[in-house]
Design a protein around this ligand. Sequence first.
Ligand code: IMP
Ligand code: MG
Length: 182
Amino acid sequence: MPTQTAANLRVLISRQQIAQRVAEIGAQISKDYSGESVVLVGVLKGSCIFLSDLARAIELETTFDFIAVSSYGAGKQSSGEVKLVKDVDTPVQGKNVILVEDILDTGLTLTYLTKLFEAAQPRSLRIAALLDKPSRRIMPIQPHYYGFQIPDEFVVGYGMDYAEKYRNLADICVLSEAGDKS
Ligand code: IMP
Ligand code: MG
């Protein structure tokens, strides 16, 4: 059996629940931006599966771009420092930008990215986060669209990793491993 099915993984949100919720968010975005186009800006790498599914649930002219920021590294604990590692390829000025993230946790990453993108003068700027961990928030920031609110547990799957592993799990799972969460 692959290690991915080991006992240290517990399904928190099933693939069916994810699919249904992503379809709902896509429908909401299609309604909110009716008659306009949107640019989905995915934060690499965790958001890529969410972005892929969300894009196909949006019935608007939609383009993609990607950015990368420095993040948790190999552990579970944020360094608290955010750096842009890769910028967008196409200017976002005058466009409807939706930042697509896997998790809104402390909010440090999306606070930083919101400031950065506002400076580039998009027509509008919103956040779509698959997961929201409100109890962990340090910065006062909320997602405009979110899939699920979850408790303070470390999750993997559907794009999210622990030390680059588990991104290809179809369900969102809680990882209980001898970790460095403290
Ligand atoms: P924030 O800046 O604290 O909001 O962190 C956001 C980033 O931390 C997310 O984009 C994830 O990459 C990562 N992260 C936070 N919680 C988890 C988790 O439970 N599993 C995997 N990555 C996480
Ligand atoms: Mg991330």
